[in-house]
Design a protein. Structure first.
Length: 258
């Protein structure tokens, strides 16, 4: 007879939670040991519950679980890192929410992905400690896509397979990468990408974070890189994400008056 009461421990990032019943919550986490896991936290909405504060989005917690009939039950939760430096800054909250939303949307309950867990945790640390959000987010987007099997092809034309030359090109979200000028004009929906933006997208894709962070980029290049990556992500997910609109509102509210 199978053992349905076995216990286990997870080192996890909290993704989101939903109210369930009168006092419980379903909590979705991404863990180092098992990847994405959906579990129930019993009684967590009661005033005296000690677990509630340990199960908020983008908290890094150590969770103790017992296997229930339908899903694991969270029996204990301990905060490893609360990322208070993020929570005290509205802009950083927005970007942290984006990281967690991407992690949630691009992961499924199909086993561990320790590299993705480590990348996500490192990204939250970088957001907390660095002020250049663009570099942190762009690096995360490109490397998360690679880890999840959606790495965009940036070095060869995805149609003719010829090596991309140092000139302006095109990018097709549907085909998953760059197109040479000859093929780019033939593909519906392909968007123009400048030589400079492509150069830095390649650099971010194949570099360590410290090397990507050293490179200074002007505002126009950043906008182009961000637009292309978000376009590709939206195509893959077949829907818009919620957090970019939240970030835009925050940035408008916090922008210095002209």
């Amino acid at each position: 007879m199978p053992n349905t009461s076995r216990t286990f421990r997870l080192d996890a990032l909290i993704l989101k939670h939903m109210d369930y019943g009168e006092a419980d919550r379903i909590v979705v986490v991404f863990s180092n040991e098992r990847g994405k896991v959906r579990a129930i936290a019993k009684g967590v909405r009661k005033i005296r519950s000690r677990k509630a504060g340990h199960l908020e989005p983008f908290i890094h917690s150590r969770l103790f679980m017992a296997q229930g009939r339908d899903m694991p039950i969270i029996t204990q939760a301990q905060i490893v890192e609360a990322f208070n430096g993020l929570r005290s800054n509205l802009t950083k909250i927005g970007y942290a929410s984006y990281v967690i939303e991407l992690l949630d949307r691009f992961s499924s309950e199909d086993g561990a992905n320790q590299a993705l867990f480590r990348l996500s945790l490192e990204t939250l640390h970088r957001l907390e400690n660095l002020d250049d959000h663009f570099v942190v987010i762009q690096y995360y987007e490109l490397h998360m896509l690679g880890l999840q099997g959606f790495k965009p092809e940036l070095f060869r034309c995805v149609r003719c397979r010829e090596t991309i030359l140092p000139e302006d090109q095109y990018f097709s979200a549907e085909l998953g990468g760059v197109l040479c000028p000859k093929d780019g004009v033939l593909i519906p929906g392909a968007q123009h990408v400048s030589m400079a933006a492509l150069k830095f997208l390649r650099h971010y894709q194949r570099s360590e974070f410290k090397d990507a962070f050293r490179v200074g980029l002007d505002h126009m290049i950043r906008e182009e890189m961000s637009s292309l990556t978000r376009h590709y992500i939206t195509f893959l997910l077949e829907r818009r994400l919620n957090s970019p609109d939240f970030i835009k509102v925050i940035e408008q509210l916090t922008a210095p008056a002209s």
